[in-house]
Design a protein around this ligand. Structure first.
Ligand SMILES: Nc1ncnc2c1ncn2[C@@H]1O[C@H](COP(=O)(O)OP(=O)(O)OP(=O)(O)O)[C@@H](O)[C@H]1O
Length: 607
C-alpha cells in the first residue's frame, strides 16, 4: 500500500539514516585567547608595522540585527554547525578582521571563530553531523564530463592538496568525504580550468567552488590585496541571485576560510551600504555579492575587479536569464574584470537549460562541462507527491496536511514546512490565514524589508515559526536544516523552478517530502512534472499521466526537448552547435533569446 504523506513527513523528520537532528547537544563554550595565527602562505614574511585596530564585531552583514531582540529561544534542533546566524559574526563579540590594510599583516588579527567552538577540547569530531550524510544515495549517480583533458576525480579530501588550514576547516565542518560534485569539480578547478557544473540540489556545490578559490588564494604568493585609497580589490567574486543566499554563502565561506588568512566579505542590497563599504575598506579577498549591490559599488568606484582571478556564479542559469543578464554582462564584460582565460570562471547550478548554457559560454574559456545526475533532475531523496486540488480547496487542503503532520510530528511539534506561493500578496494573505487558524507562520518575499526577510528566515530556522510561506525568492540555494516538507501551494510555470523549490528539503543525503497542489491551471506542467517524477523513481498518479499524455510540452522554455534520460546534456554536443551556432559568439546577445520565466521587473525583488 502507498505510504501516506503524513507517514512520509514523520519519516523525513526521523530519518533512520542516523542523522543527528535533535541530538540536543548545544555547544556553549566561550572564546578563548589563542596565539596569533599566521597563515601558512604568509609565514617568513616581514611583519607589518601597522598596529591592529581595536576589536569590534567583525560583522559584515550590513543589516542591523539588534532590533530582533533576544534569540528566539534557541534552536530546537541542537547544535549543528551550519548556518546558524545567531552564532557567528553577528554576535558582536570580539575579534574580526579589523585592520585597515588587509594583506600581509592580517594574520596577526584575532578572527571570529565561525564554528563558535574555540575550546580545542570541543573540537572532537565525534558527533559527525555531516557524516550522517547518506552517501550511498549518491554513489550510483551517473556523471558526465566533457571537454579537453578532464582532470580525474578524487575519492577523498586527503587526495587533494587544499592546504592544512582548509583541511582543518573541512574537519571542523565534519565533512568526512567529498560529495560527487566535489569529487569531480574540485580537481578540475584546482587545475585552473573553467567549469560549468550541474549537480542536484543539496549536493554540496557551495564547497565545490569555495574550496578551490580559497586554496588558490592561499597559494597565491604574489597577490596584492591591499585596498588602494578607498577602492577594494577582491581576488575572487562569487555572485548569487538573492540576498539571503549571498549571506549564506558568506557564512559558509567564512567557515572554510577560517584561519587561512583569506578574508571574505559580503555585499547585498537592502542593507546599509556604508557598513559594507567600511568592511570592504578593511580588505577583501573573496567578495560574495548580489549583482545589483555590486553594480552600485562599481559605479561608486569603491570596488575594482581588476585583480579578479576567480569568478563563480552560483545558480548560474538564474544569473544569466533575462532578469539578471544585463547586470551580469555589465559586471563581467563592461567593467575592469580580466577576460575569460585570464580569470578562472566557474558556473554552478542544479539546472542548466541549453539556451543558458549557450549564453554562458560567452563567459568561459575552453571549459569543462560536468553533470552529476541528469541536468535539472531532482534527487531521489525527496519523496514527491502531487495531489489534485481545486483552487478554492487549497487552503483547507493545506490545513488538513498541517494538522495531520502535527499529529505525526515529534512531541506534537510542527515540522518545518516551506509553502511556496505565486505572488507576494498571496504569501501575505496565506500567512495571515494560517496564523489566525493557529499555525505559526511567517513569510518571505520581495516586498518585505530586508530586516523582515532575515527575521522571518531566522524564526523559521529556529523552529519558532515552523511554517514559512515564500515566493520564489526562497526557491534557490537556501540550506535550511530540517525542512521536512515543501508544499507547492501554487505550482510554478517552469519545471526548473519546481526542482529548486523542492530542493529545499532532502539535502546532504537526508530525506524529505514535497507535495504539489495541481489543478487545471497547471496543465502545461503536467508532462514535465510526470517525467521528472518518473526519473526520480516517484509514483506518478494515473490522472497526472493522463494530463501529461494530453498536454503539449510545457513546463519551461528550455528543456527535455530530446526526452533523453541521460547523455548529451552539454549543449556543445548538440549537432546545431557543431554546425556553427555555438562557441564564442553564441547568437544570444544581451537582449537574450531566453526569458527564463522571470520578467525584468523581478530583479530588484530578488537582489
Ligand atoms: N562533503 C560533505 N559532507 C557532508 N556534508 C556536506 C558536504 N559538502 C556539503 N555538505 C553539506 O550539504 C548541505 C548542502 O550543501 P550546499 O548548500 O552547498 O548544496 P547545493 O548543491 O549548493 O544546493 P542548492 O542547489 O540547493 O544550492 C550543506 O548543509 C553542506 O554543509
Amino acid at each position: 500500500m502507498r505510504t501516506s504523506w503524513a507517514d512520509s513527513v514523520a519519516a523525513a523528520e526521523n530519518p533512520a539514516s542516523g542523522s543527528s537532528a535533535n541530538n540536543g547537544s548545544v555547544r556553549t563554550t566561550s572564546a578563548l585567547t589563542r596565539p596569533a595565527y599566521v597563515p601558512p602562505h604568509l609565514r617568513n614574511r616581514p611583519p607589518s608595522s601597522d598596529p591592529p585596530a581595536p576589536a569590534n564585531s567583525g560583522s559584515t552583514s550590513g543589516a542591523d540585527r539588534s532590533g530582533y531582540g533576544a534569540p528566539l529561544g534557541g534552536s530546537r534542533w541542537g547544535g549543528g554547525p551550519r548556518n546558524d546566524y545567531s552564532r557567528s559574526g553577528y554576535s558582536g563579540g570580539g575579534g574580526g578582521w579589523n585592520n585597515r590594510s588587509g594583506g600581509w599583516d592580517r594574520g596577526r588579527e584575532r578572527e571570529v571563530n565561525p564554528f563558535g567552538d574555540d575550546d580545542p577540547t570541543e573540537q572532537e569530531f565525534s558527533e559527525q553531523e555531516n557524516s550522517g550524510i547518506n552517501f550511498d544515495a549518491y554513489e550510483d549517480i551517473p556523471v558526465e564530463t566533457s571537454g579537453d583533458n578532464v582532470p580525474p576525480p578524487v575519492n577523498t579530501f586527503a587526495e587533494i592538496d587544499l592546504g592544512e588550514a582548509l583541511n582543518q576547516n573541512i574537519r571542523r565542518c565534519k565533512y568526512v568525504k567529498p560529495t560527487p560534485v566535489q569529487r569531480h569539480a574540485i580537481p578540475i578547478s584546482l587545475a585552473g580550468r573553467d567549469l560549468m557544473a550541474c549537480a542536484q540540489t543539496g549536493s554540496g556545490k557551495t564547497a565545490a567552488f569555495c574550496f578551490p578559490i580559497i586554496s588558490g588564494i592561499m597559494k597565491d604568493q604574489f597577490a596584492q590585496r591591499r585596498p588602494r585609497g578607498r577602492v577594494a580589490f577582491p581576488l575572487a567574486l562569487i555572485l548569487s541571485p538573492t540576498r539571503e543566499l549571498s549571506m549564506q554563502i558568506h557564512e559558509e565561506a567564512k567557515k572554510f576560510a577560517y584561519q587561512t588568512g583569506v578574508k571574505v566579505v559580503v555585499a547585498y542590497g537592502g542593507a546599509p551600504i556604508n557598513q559594507q563599504l567600511r568592511e570592504l575598506e578593511r580588505g577583501v579577498d573573496i567578495l560574495v555579492a548580489t549583482p545589483g549591490r555590486l553594480v552600485d559599488l562599481l559605479e561608486r568606484a569603491r570596488v575594482s575587479l581588476e585583480l579578479i582571478k576567480y569568478l563563480a556564479l552560483d545558480e548560474a542559469d538564474r544569473m544569466l536569464d533575462m532578469g539578471f543578464e544585463p547586470q551580469i554582462r555589465k559586471i563581467v564584460q563592461q567593467m575592469d574584470m580580466p577576460p575569460p582565460g585570464v580569470r578562472q570562471t566557474m558556473l554552478f547550478s542544479a539546472t542548466f537549460p541549453k539556451e543558458i548554457q549557450r549564453l554562458a559560454s560567452d563567459f568561459l574559456s575552453t571549459y569543462i562541462f560536468l553533470a552529476v545526475g541528469r541536468v535539472g533532475s531532482s534527487t531521489d531523496l525527496i519523496a514527491q507527491r502531487v495531489e489534485f486540488v481545486h483552487e478554492s480547496d487549497k487552503r483547507s487542503h493545506l490545513m488538513d496536511l498541517l494538522h495531520a503532520q502535527k499529529a505525526n510530528g515529534v512531541h506534537g511539534k510542527q515540522a518545518l514546512t516551506l509553502v511556496f506561493v505565486e505572488t507576494k500578496k498571496g504569501a501575505d494573505s496565506l500567512e495571515h490565514w494560517l496564523c489566525i487558524n493557529g499555525f505559526p507562520a511567517t513569510t518571505i518575499h520581495g516586498d518585505r524589508t530586508q530586516q523582515e526577510r532575515e527575521h522571518a528566515l531566522k524564526s523559521f530556522k529556529s523552529g519558532h515559526t515552523p511554517i514559512l510561506v515564500a515566493t520564489d525568492v526562497a526557491a534557490r540555494g537556501l540550506d535550511i536544516p530540517h525542512v521536512a516538507h515543501v508544499v507547492n501551494f501554487d505550482l510554478p510555470n517552469d519545471i526548473d523552478d519546481y526542482v529548486h523549490r523542492i530542493g529545499r528539503t532532502g539535502r546532504a543525503g537526508k530525506s524529505g517530502l514535497a507535495t504539489a497542489f495541481f489543478n487545471e491551471n497547471n496543465t502545461s506542467m503536467a508532462r514535465a512534472l510526470a517525467e521528472l517524477m518518473q526519473e526520480s523513481n516517484q509514483e506518478v498518479p494515473a490522472w497526472l499521466s493522463r494530463y501529461a499524455a494530453r498536454s503539449s510540452y510545457g513546463g519551461g522554455k528550455n528543456r527535455r526537448s530530446g526526452g533523453g534520460r541521460f547523455g548529451g546534456r552539454d549543449f556543445r554536443r548538440d549537432s546545431s552547435y557543431n554546425r556553427g551556432g555555438g562557441g564564442g559568439g553564441s547568437g544570444y546577445g544581451a537582449s537574450g533569446g531566453y526569458s527564463g520565466g522571470y520578467g525584468p521587473g523581478m530583479t530588484s525583488a530578488w537582489d
